[in-house]
Design a binder for this molecule. Structure first.
Ligand code: GDP
Length: 460
């Protein structure tokens, strides 16, 4: 599967642009080593083994030294892209990088497009599509969980599961298609009960993977969490305690936190994106009323609500009414009793025990109970599932393909129930195979590839 544009030799800056200690330029393609060799003064690079590094200079057409460099030679297929590749480490100057890029361009090397190195690696069979996508996720990862999920996917964990499913189905598809070849003779190579059992087995795996996506989404994008509660309940103080820095403004004047403050904190390897709100207070103040309306919207859209009340000044009835309102919104929530330090014996009255499941008693100010709160939050987003090492689907494209596979398998099951003929069964199985194959890239289109790789950065 060679596309035309993979025949050029390409170059890009592999390090982040700007000033730095060093920069690395990557050149890949059939002529990567020979072209670099023309510009390089030092050893004859074409005679060197793969995975070796060589010091020398790169000179322009007038034989001026552009830079002293270290050149690492990789010989295809033993390189990231599977092609001949050279990595040039030069001094970390934007000016030198521009000069080198120009020099290579004048010697027939083309600037790489976004993701082109990884695309070539995929086309050369270095890894499958899900693994290639994991490379982008790995670069974007910003928490333990997103890092682990991307690493697992890049190392092929997810692909192995998908390929195992596919192989089992392919076996059946070919048996059924064999029956079709015998046409009139009414033979059954593919045992229908076995097929049914297989589909049930596949459906169970698909269900687990599909369900893991909500967690996967959380891992990748963080958990949008609204902190709500009446003014002065202590929301900003809690945010500060969680963030350990004074980002939100703490004040004694009720209603100061009018707008939304978004901040990210890492709890147990998961990113929570906190959205502070104006609260649900019914108000005559116009500006504040808009704030309250926006609060509702934010709470509906969020994945988690922290509803906080002042344990000293807000009574049971008031809290119960607020909880009723939140339950109607339908977003999972944690009820936080704050300022517990001000209560006699630092405890809420007994009637609050009806909320024991969702309630945490804290003192945001004294940082008491904050750990309990974090644990409850993690449990609610089911982060513990992640630690079991199960494959978690983090990619929306994979989720869609899994979903389509499941639908086609439902069709196969229905077909089996109605004793439909082999040709129709074969068709539905092929559709399921098609969707599974989209994940790992056994089935691709140019548009799909272009779409995926355009999201990469240049030089990757
Ligand atoms: P917000 O309007 O909900 O953001 O509330 P703030 O975080 O601005 O807090 C309002 C007031 O309550 C401030 O004076 C805080 O210092 C105080 N406060 C917040 N948490 C606690 C707590 O746990 N104990 C005590 N005693 N005071 C607190």
């Amino acid at each position: 599967m060679k596309l035309i544009d993979t025949q050029d030799t390409i170059i890009a800056l592999a390090t982040a642009p700007g000033k730095g200690a060093i920069h690395v330029l990557r050149v890949s393609g059939e002529d990567a080593i020979s072209i670099t060799n023309k510009l390089f003064k030092g050893k004859d690079l074409e005679k060197q083994k793969g995975h070796t590094a060589h010091f020398g200079t790169i000179r322009d057409a007038e034989d001026h030294i552009v830079d002293e460099v270290l050149v690492t030679v990789f010989k295809g297929p033993n390189s990231y892209t599977g092609e001949n590749t050279v990595e040039i480490s030069c001094h970390g100057s934007e000016f030198i990088v521009q000069k080198l890029l120009k020099l290579f361009s004048e010697n027939g090397v083309r600037y790489a497009k976004a993701g082109e190195f990884t695309k070539r690696a995929f086309l050369n069979g270095k890894f499958d599509l899900a693994q290639a996508e994991a490379v982008a996720d790995l670069i974007a990862s910003d928490s333990d969980a997103s890092h682990d999920a991307a690493m697992n996917q890049m190392r092929g964990g997810f692909s192995i599961e998908i390929k195992a499913l596919r192989e089992k189905l392919i076996h059946f598809a070919s048996m059924i298609e064999l029956e079709l070849d015998f046409g009139e003779e009414d033979v059954e190579f593919a045992d229908r009960d076995d097929l049914k059992a297989l589909i049930y087995e596949l459906q169970a795996v698909l269900k687990r993977l599909i369900e893991s996506f909500s967690l996967g989404n959380v891992i990748k994008n963080g958990v949008p969490t609204v902190i709500a509660g009446k003014p002065n309940a202590g929301k900003s103080t809690l945010l500060n305690a969680l963030l350990n820095e004074e980002k939100a403004i703490v004040s004694d004047i009720a209603g100061t936190t009018r707008d939304f403050i978004e901040d990210e904190i890492n709890i147990g390897g998961i990113t929570f994106r906190f959205i502070d709100t104006a609260g649900l207070r019914h108000t005559e103040d116009k500006v504040e009323a808009i704030g309250v309306e926006r609060s509702y919207k934010k709470m509906k859209e969020a994945s988690l609500i922290f509803y906080m009340f002042d344990a000293l000044t807000e009574g049971f009835d008031e809290v119960r009414d607020a909880v009723d309102e939140i339950r109607q919104i339908g977003t999972p929530y944690i009820l936080i009793a704050n300022k517990i330090d001000l209560l006699p014996e630092k405890k809420l009255a007994g009637e609050f025990s009806v909320f024991s499941k969702e309630l945490v008693e804290i003192s945001a100010d004294q940082k008491e109970g904050v750990e309990d709160l974090k644990e409850k939050a993690l449990a609610l987003v089911k982060a513990d599932q992640f630690r079991t090492g199960n494959t978690v689907v983090t990619n929306a494209r994979h989720y869609e393909s899994l979903f389509e596979t499941q639908k086609s398998l439902d069709d196969v099951l229905n077909g089996l129930g109605m004793n439909i003929t082999g040709d129709f069964l074969a068709l539905d199985i092929r559709t399921a195979l098609h969707h599974l194959g989209e994940i790992t890239g056994e089935v691709t289109t140019d548009d799909l590839l272009a779409n995926i790789f355009s999201k990469f950065c240049i030089g990757k």
